[in-house]
Design a protein around this ligand. Structure first.
Ligand code: NAD
Length: 356
C-alpha cells in the first residue's frame, strides 16, 4: 500500500439539493439565500425551461435574460448585468450548462449578486469558483469566491432533453475533471473518493443514456457523477488535459465538451507511467484494465467524436497549439515536453487509439 502523503482539505460554503422534483423548491431556496427577486438566465435554446423556473419563482422572478453564449463574450456579460440592474434583481438564477452558469458568474464577479445554479449538463461549473470571460478573442479565466453559486439544485428531470450526443461528450468532460483530480499535486483523500465515485457513476450512466436519452435512472446517475466531478474541479488543481483543452477551445474555437472527450485518452496515455495509482483508480472505476483505452472506448462506443480534425481543427494549427500549450509552466505528473506533446496532439488530431 502506498504511503499516505500529507494533504490539505478545504470545504466550500455551498448548499446542494439533489433529486427528482427538487426544482419545485426553487422559490423557497431563493428566499433562504436572503434574496428578494432573481433574474433568470438561459440560452435562447433553453428559454422554455427558464420560463418554467420563472413561473415557479412567481413574484420572486425579475424576468428572463436569454442571451447566454458559449465562453461568455464580454458583450453578453455587460448586457446581462444591465438587465439585472434594470429589473432590480438581487440574485441570479442560472438554468443551463456551463455557458449559462458562466454568465451568472460574470454578473457576480462585477456586482457580487449571489447565484442559484440549476445545471442541465454535466460540465460542473456550478461547483467551482472559476470564471471565464472572452474579450477581443481572448478568454481570460480566474478564481474568485464571489462567483461560486451559493445554492445548486440538481434535478435530473431538467436533463432529459439534453441531446444524446451532448450527453455523452458532457459526461466525458466531467470524467476529465475527476481523472486529473486523481493526480493533482494538491489532491486529498476525500476528493479522490469523490473522483473515483464520479467516474464510476458516469461510466455506468453513459451507456444507458446513449440507448435511451429519456432513461431517468441513467440521467440521475449521470447528474450525480457530474456533481462529484464538478466538486473535484472546484477543489484541486488541473493539469495538462485542462491546459490543452483551454488552448484548443480558446485559440481555435473548438467546442468545449467534444474537445475534452477527444483529448482525454491521449493525456491519460501520456501521463500513465508517471501516475500509476491514478490510472488504476480510473480503470477500476470504468471496470477496465487500462484508463486511457477505457475512456477512448467509452467515447467511440457511444458515438462521440474521437478526432480533432472532425471538430474543426486544421492540420496547420497543430504546431501553434503545441507552442501555446508549452507556455507558462503548470503541474503535471510527467514533464510537458515539445516532442511528445506534439505527438500527443497528432494522435488526437488523427483520432488514433491512445498509445500504451
Ligand atoms: P453549454 O452550456 O454551452 O450548453 C451546450 C448547449 O446545450 C447549449 O445550446 C444549451 O442551451 C444546450 N443545453 C444545455 N442543457 C440542455 C438541456 N438539458 N436540454 C436541452 N439543451 C440543453 O455547454 P457546457 O458544456 O455545459 O458548457 C461549456 C462552457 O462552460 C464552456 O464555455 C466552458 O469553458 C465552461 N465551463 C466552465 C467551468 C468553470 O468551472 N468555470 C466548468 C466547466 C465548463
Amino acid at each position: 500500500m502506498a504511503a499516505r502523503k500529507p494533504f490539505a482539505f478545504e470545504t466550500r460554503a455551498q448548499r446542494v439539493l439533489f433529486g427528482h422534483g427538487t426544482l419545485g423548491q426553487v422559490a423557497a431556496e431563493l428566499a433562504a439565500m436572503g434574496a428578494r427577486k432573481a433574474l433568470v438566465l438561459c440560452t435562447p435554446q433553453q428559454r422554455a425551461q427558464a420560463e418554467r423556473v420563472a413561473a415557479l419563482l412567481g413574484e420572486r422572478s425579475a424576468g428572463i435574460f436569454d442571451g447566454a453564449v458559449m465562453h461568455v463574450p464580454i458583450a453578453s456579460a455587460r448586457a446581462a448585468r444591465a438587465a439585472a440592474e434594470r429589473a432590480g434583481a438581487d440574485a441570479a438564477v442560472a438554468v443551463g450548462g456551463g455557458s449559462t452558469i458562466g454568465l451568472g458568474k460574470a454578473i457576480a464577479l462585477d456586482s457580487g449578486l449571489p447565484i442559484l445554479a440549476i445545471p442541465t449538463t454535466y460540465a460542473g461549473s456550478e461547483m467551482t469558483p472559476i470564471y471565464g470571460l472572452t474579450e477581443d478573442g481572448l478568454k481570460r479565466t480566474g478564481r474568485d469566491p464571489r462567483v461560486l453559486p451559493r445554492t445548486v439544485i440538481y434535478d435530473p428531470a431538467l436533463t432529459l432533453g439534453l441531446p444524446p450526443g451532448i450527453s455523452v461528450t458532457s459526461g466525458i468532460n466531467a470524467i476529465a475533471h475527476a481523472a486529473e483530480g486523481l493526480y493533482a499535486p494538491d489532491g486529498n483523500p476525500v476528493i479522490e473518493l469523490m473522483a473515483a465515485e464520479g467516474i464510476a457513476a458516469l461510466g455506468r450512466a453513459l451507456p444507458g443514456l446513449h440507448a435511451d436519452a429519456g432513461d431517468l435512472q441513467a440521467r440521475t446517475d449521470a447528474l450525480y457523477g457530474a456533481w462529484l466531478c464538478g466538486t473535484v474541479l472546484g477543489s484541486v488543481g488541473m493539469s495538462l488535459h485542462h491546459k490543452l483543452c483551454h488552448t484548443l477551445g480558446g485559440s481555435f474555437n473548438l467546442p468545449h465538451a467534444e474537445t475534452h472527450t477527444i483529448v482525454l485518452p491521449h493525456v491519460l496515455a501520456y501521463n500513465a507511467a508517471a501516475a500509476p495509482e491514478a490510472m488504476r483508480r480510473i480503470a477500476d472505476a470504468l471496470q477496465a484494465s487500462d484508463a486511457a483505452q477505457a475512456v477512448y472506448d467509452l467515447a467511440r462506443r457511444h458515438g462521440a467524436p474521437t478526432a480533432l480534425k472532425d471538430i474543426g481543427l486544421r492540420a496547420q494549427d497543430l504546431d501553434h497549439a503545441c507552442d501555446i500549450a508549452l507556455q507558462n509552466a503548470y503541474a503535471n505528473p510527467r514533464a510537458v515536453e515539445a516532442r511528445p506533446l506534439r505527438a500527443l496532439l497528432q494522435d488526437a488530431f488523427d483520432g488514433t487509439p491512445p498509445r500504451p
